[in-house]
Design a protein around this ligand. Structure first.
Ligand code: DC
Length: 232
């Protein structure tokens, strides 16, 4: 097996199952896992807490851009998972709320926000041995990543998964609300000017609409093995 560590970029639509898959792969192969979406969510939570999001959902981007140097995001490893830290405070639960989900896309469309987070993400990948998931990891953050996957599933399947996940956590949300949020985020993510969501030319497509979690994990592990020559 090659002992050279690589960079693994997993991009795709919201709730396409990429985080679960990416985290599992990182744990199996002993890599660091970074959920870049959590970083955009943490910036959004900061904006909400500091009154930078208006009643109609508009973002005071000038105020947010000015505050960027005061926003520090990190991850604390806890067991098999990790906790997103915003200026030293654990915010893992808050950033998963539907409220944050419904404000995050316009925040993630602000070029200055993206530049600041992309810089942090590149620093995290400096010594390789990293699995990062998001929307622009294979296209912008690490265009030279050795392994790139682009994940998709039908919007209804993704909404079902999100609904199950949030209901299990006790959140009071409806399936229709979540499906509307999934569709709205897809549209904003794909049509924004700055690094829109798209499949990198050299990414391998995975449509997991009809796949179980185990099937996805096996598929990903096989791809990793074939790229690193682990089972050559
Ligand atoms: O993967 P997620 O649903 O937690 O991502 C939250 C939002 O952040 C999503 O609407 C798109 C944005 N995002 C992004 O623009 N670029 C990334 N690399 C990761 C997430």
């Amino acid at each position: 097996m090659s002992s050279e560590k690589i960079i693994i970029a997993i991009d795709g639509f919201s709730s396409s199952g990429k985080s679960t898959m990416a985290r599992r792969l990182a744990n199996t192969i002993g890599y660091r896992y970074i959920d870049s979406g959590a970083m955009y969510r943490a910036v959004t939570l900061y904006a909400m807490r500091h009154g930078m999001i208006g009643a109609g959902g508009s973002v005071d981007s000038a105020a947010l851009i000015a505050a960027l140097p005061d926003i520090h995001i990190d991850f604390k490893v806890e067991g098999d998972g990790q906790v997103t830290m915003l200026n030293g405070e654990p915010v893992e639960k808050e950033i998963r709320s539907l409220e944050v989900s419904s404000h995050v896309s316009p925040v993630a469309a602000i070029p200055e926000v993206r530049h600041a987070l992309v810089k942090m993400q590149r620093e995290m990948g400096e010594s390789k041995g990293i699995v990062m998931d998001g929307r622009d990891i294979g296209t912008v953050v690490f265009p030279a990543a050795e392994m790139k996957v682009f994940c998709n599933a039908a919007p209804e399947r993704r909404a079902q998964r999100r609904f199950k996940e949030l209901s299990e956590k006790g959140a009071e949300v409806s399936y229709e609300e979540i499906l509307a949020n999934v569709n709205e985020r897809d549209l904003i993510d794909m049509t924004r000017k700055e690094s829109p969501l798209r499949q990198a030319d050299d990414a391998v497509l995975l449509d997991n609409s009809e796949m179980s979690l185990d099937e996805q994990n096996d598929w990903l592990m096989n791809l990793y093995d074939s790229i690193t020559g682990a089972k050559a």
